[in-house]
Design a protein around this ligand. Structure first.
Ligand code: ATP
Ligand code: FE
Length: 343
């Protein structure tokens, strides 16, 4: 038996097939960066249309390349939320349409829980008290995940997410969308001392919470002054300096909070997932911190940091083993664009 995973919550169309042991038979993720690039951000209407065009042929490709017949499907796992309503609706409607004639069970999956699922192979890998940080385009949220798959929120951003800060910074610097990978690339070639982007430590009402909006404003104001002083031009060297300065400010702030939470909670295991988790500077600092504190660190491998259907399929498999699924005829099952994972 096989399990099909479908992910369409934002601007990546992803399909995966796994067998009943969890072995990957197929995984393909098609991003839509080129479609959204000229708008400088994801346009929901454009994203849902692109999913509707791409998804059927991607599923067909998965079946063909793995010689799979629909009768072999144990279940279909699909992202139910959170995300863009139109994008989610394409995945969920397609899953229902495919499942209905064959009465195949559907597993509705939480996108944020899936980002953390990418960090480990088996649930038995989670030892003792476990924390999980999701750093992505819409989330900078730290959870106690000891009772996996139940999540208890410990701290979160009170404004922008870390990924959003990378993206906005990249846009201000005129770098390609999304800003995260472009900033990481530019930052890696900087040779000058970085610029301070905040006057002092960032304060939030709860000292464990994250906040990126002040840093973003400081970055924007200082960058504009520099560009203005240089007759509207930002040299390649300057781009590297500003990219490194922003990346360092984002990571310094993340780690000021992560360190406090680790000291307060003393976890045995720490999970890291989400699109920003692919950043090498972040991974290196995380490894160093967890090594110092004697914590077992599980980070999503690069191919599972961003949105992907393999993590969706793995949650589908876990859920089927526990008998948790939506049976035919899928009554009251639709998308949930806003969905708190600790519910
Ligand atoms: P969410 O998961 O919160 O709903 P999302 O699905 O849009 O949001 P992801 O696809 O998980 O977010 O991650 C995308 C984010 O990851 C973008 O903000 C992008 O800039 C960022 N990102 C990708 N690569 C890197 C990198 N190398 N360094 C920093 N950030 C990165
Ligand atoms: Fe995501």
């Amino acid at each position: 038996m096989k399990l099909l995973g479908i992910e369409t919550s934002c601007d990546d169309t992803s399909v995966a097939l796994v067998d009943e042991t969890g072995a990957t038979l197929f995984l393909e993720t098609l991003g839509q960066e080129t479609l959204h690039e000229r708008y400088g951000g994801v346009v929901p209407e454009v994203a849902s249309r692109a999913h509707a065009q791409i998804l059927p042929s991607l599923v067909q490709k998965a079946f063909q390349e793995t010689n799979t017949d629909i009768s072999e499907l144990l279940a279909i796992a699909v992202t139910r939320g959170p995300g863009l309503s139109g994008s989610l609706l394409v995945g969920v409607s397609f899953a229902k349409g495919l499942a209905f004639p064959h009465e195949i069970p559907i597993v509705p999956v939480h996108h944020v829980i899936a980002h953390l699922r990418g960090a480990f192979d088996q649930i038995s890998d989670l030892h003792g008290k476990t924390l999980g940080l999701v750093v992505s385009g819409g989330h900078t949220h730290l959870y106690d995940v000891t009772r996996w798959p139940k999540l208890k929120l410990i701290s979160r951003t009170v404004d922008d997410a870390a990924g959003e800060t990378f993206d906005k910074g990249g846009k201000l610097m005129g770098l390609p969308f999304p800003g995260g990978p472009a900033i990481e690339r530019m930052a890696s070639v900087n040779t000058r001392s970085i610029l301070p982007l905040t006057k002092g430590p960032i304060r939030t009402e709860d000292p464990l919470n994250f906040s990126f909006s002040g840093m973003k404003t400081a970055f924007s104001l200082k960058l504009r002054q520099t560009i203005h002083a240089n007759a509207g031009v930002l040299s390649c060297e300057d781009q590297s300096l500003w990219a490194d300065s922003l990346q360092t400010a984002i990571l310094d702030h993340l780690f000021s909070r992560i360190t406090k939470v680790i000291e307060a909670e003393s976890p045995d295991t720490f999970l890291l997932g989400g699109g920003v988790a692919i950043n090498r500077a972040l991974r290196t600092r995380m490894e160093k911190l967890c090594h110092q504190k004697g914590i077992n660190l599980l980070m999503a491998p690069p191919k599972l940091c961003g949105d992907n259907a393999l993590s969706i399929a793995m949650i589908g498999l876990d859920s089927m083993k526990q008998g948790l699924f939506t049976p035919f005829p899928y009554r009251n099952f639709s998308v949930q664009a806003r969905w708190d994972p600790s519910e």
